[in-house]
Ligand binder design. Structure first.
Ligand code: NDP
Ligand code: MG
Ligand code: MG
Length: 340
């Protein structure tokens, strides 16, 4: 078993006399900043003028431009969207880095794919919560936490690991358990998970099931409940106790169907395709496509997004959810759409 770090593994005093700057105040940013502050860490925010700026002010933080915050801080956590990080780093962060400072990320993409190449005299590490930002905050307030990974890319001070664990403690992750990884492993497994299973795999599975039923003449409302709504109930059981717990709760008929039909749906061909998806991630093909797509102002992203939002499962779902006030819309749109 890999070593799992918990609260007692962190140096309580690491942040004494250290200034932390959280750059960005979105899903992860607001959560890290507020959790660190509640853990007694001195945190400032670096953010452009706009919605997040106003929110950070309203939440009582000292808020600066990205440039000023980066220049003042000893520890700089970059929590901007991955696709905007390289430009903001070049323009507003790089010049403020001093020897012995630490540059932190919550995802390895830009360092692993060389979109950001930090100077050789700073520590570079990642602390990546394995959960959406709003849960990082909510669980912290409940005396719990979201698990996280940490990785060290450069350790010039010899204190990078101590910092990673102290930071993970500050955001509450050590309450749940923290594992050491590499930038490569974090980046590749994160991208694979969201593409093959959590986001891409699940949305395609749900849509294919819905389409199969409705094309066979069944009512879209019934298909929606069966293929989308009920998924959460099943996943909750898996989350609480693994596949075994879920299978304990469903009927034996459902469990038999799981055993005989599941492998026909996600068969060797599908698994072969997963391996190709993984290879594209490992080779940098996926990263290249996404970087170019952003440089072109996202023509494909926007077109597919529009089409997806008009899929019949979305149309029928919007209507049905109006009648289910207990199915609360999440706190923010971001929380619904992001996965660690
Ligand atoms: P968000 O999109 O939620 O937040 C982005 C923040 O950056 C906002 O405060 C936004 O401000 C600000 N911003 C955007 N563009 C600029 C710019 N050009 N200059 C200055 N500020 C800017 O990001 P996430 O929290 O989702 O992601 C942050 C990092 O965390 C990423 O590396 C991501 O991979 C990682 N991560 C995210 C997870 C998640 O659950 N979302 C999970 C684990 C890791 P404004 O309001 O002005 O737009
Ligand atoms: Mg059933
Ligand atoms: Mg991700």
């Amino acid at each position: 078993m890999a070593k799992v770090y918990y609260n007692s593994d962190a140096n309580q005093n690491y942040f004494t006399n250290k200034q932390v700057a959280v750059i960005g105040y979105g899903s992860q940013g607001h959560a890290h900043a507020q959790n660190l502050r509640d853990s007694g860490v001195d945190v400032i925010i670096g953010i452009r003028q706009g919605k997040s700026f106003d929110q950070a002010k309203a939440d009582g933080f000292n808020v600066y431009t990205v440039e000023d915050a980066a220049a003042q801080a000893d520890v700089i956590m970059i929590l901007l969207p991955d696709e905007t990080q390289p430009k903001v780093y070049e323009q507003d962060i790089k010049a403020g880095l001093q020897a012995g400072n630490a540059l932190l990320f919550a995802h390895g993409f830009n360092v692993h794919f060389s979109q950001i190449v930090p100077p050789a005299d700073v520590d570079v590490l990642l602390v990546a919560p394995k959960g959406p930002g709003h849960l990082v905050r909510r669980t912290y307030e409940q005396e719990a936490g979201v698990p996280a990974l940490f990785a060290i890319h450069q350790d010039v001070t010899g204190e990078a690991k101590e910092l990673a664990l102290a930071y993970a403690k500050g955001i509450g992750a050590l309450r749940a358990g923290v594992l050491e990884t590499t930038f490569k492993e974090e980046t590749e497994t994160d991208l694979f998970g969201e593409q093959a299973v959590l986001c891409g795999g699940v949305t395609s599975l749900v849509k294919a099931g819905f389409e199969t039923l409705t094309e066979a003449g069944y009512q879209p409302e019934v298909a929606y409940f069966e293929c989308l709504h009920e998924l959460k109930l099943i996943v909750d059981l898996m989350y609480e106790g693994g596949l075994e717990n879920m299978r304990y709760s469903i009927s034996d008929t459902a469990q038999w169907g799981d055993f005989v039909s599941g492998p026909r749906i996600v068969n060797e061909t599908v698994k072969g395709e997963m391996k190709k998806v993984l290879k594209d991630i490992q080779d940098g093909e996926f990263a290249k496509g996404w970087i170019l797509e952003n440089q072109a102002n996202r023509p494909v992203f926007n077109a597919v997004n529009q089409r997806e939002n008009q899929h019949p499962i979305e149309v029928v779902g919007r209507e049905l959810r109006k009648m289910m006030p207990f199915v609360k819309q999440q706190q923010t749109k971001k929380e619904v759409v992001t996965v660690a």
